[in-house]
Ligand binder design. Sequence first.
Ligand code: AMP
Length: 368
Amino acid sequence: MITLHDLQFVSFISEKKITEAIDEVSNKLNKDLAYDRPLFIGVLNGAFMFTSEVLKRFRYECEVSFVKMASYDGITTTSQVKELIGLKEDISGRSVVILEDIVDTGTTVEELINILRDKGCAAIRIGTLFFKPEAYTKEITIDYIGINIPNRFIVGYGLDYNGLGRNLTEVYQLKENNMTNLVLFGPPGAGKGTQAEVLKEKYDLVHISTGDVFRYNIKNATELGTLAKSYIDKGQLVPDQVTINMLNAEVDKNPNAKGFIFDGFPRTEAQAASLAALLVSKGSEVSAMVALEVDDEVLVQRLLERGKTSGRPDDANEGVIRNRIKVYYDETAILKNYYQKENKYFGVDGVGGINEITGRLSSVIDKL
Ligand code: AMP
């Protein structure tokens, strides 16, 4: 998450995705305009980065110019009139490609085209890095579209919020809500379930334990339960797509949640990526991964003890317990790196009294 002036923004479109979109647009331009010696016209300020990237990829003769649309008050009317500044080239009879950072309602593009046509330019094409189909109100065809986006406020890659954010190499969207989404992490037996129950009350969050949802389905002999049982009984992970679909359905059941505690999810990088995408679609993100750290031997003893009363077959057998802990370190612990890279990983000592551990977790959560 980043802050620009008074507003917070969350990651939305990665640099990789943007680069791929520019590659695609540029490939088309190379095909369509190889021998036209086109004049690319970048619309300032927003399109400077996109224009430069397109130019770097255009392999044939071309020229580039930058323009700005400025408003001034009409002399005879009170309405605002748009003026084009910066265009020195003679464009009559030339092949022109307007490059925009974003087209939303289409008003600017329409005005720009009218002005260029008045100057005698016949062959005008339009390319934009971002396009908002829901907001677009004009008839003019946009010839080259990088990425279609929903009607959200975005910054980065040339686009700004009151002057800031243009230098960001990925695109962020306005954070629309103040959800607190915690990934509660730690090996089996670390006390995630116990702490989740306390934290859920304290912070008014919805607790989703993927293990609990699987067990509920097994108990009720649902299709999902039958599928998951064979994996769970051996202490293995249930396949990603099954788990991801289930998690998405659980989140969708709580459209008004102030936030979630994800307990036992994500356990793989694919699950982490899908969780990020799910939360982005809600204008939110993972706030933090808080991990309970407990020594292996303490875990085995705790789980064997729990197995005496929990009725969980995967708690009763020391071999299965050790396999679950091994699976955690082999497959799941990579997520520590995943969230560390985003500065969202917080390790917390998971040994001690319940209140004591809640206190340690709260001091992390209260600072988010
Ligand atoms: P837990 O109650 O979190 O220890 O989960 C019990 C078992 O449910 C695990 O050993 C896995 O077999 C399965 N499971 C729970 N969460 C996931 C997940 N996110 N991905 C795959 N399998 C899971």
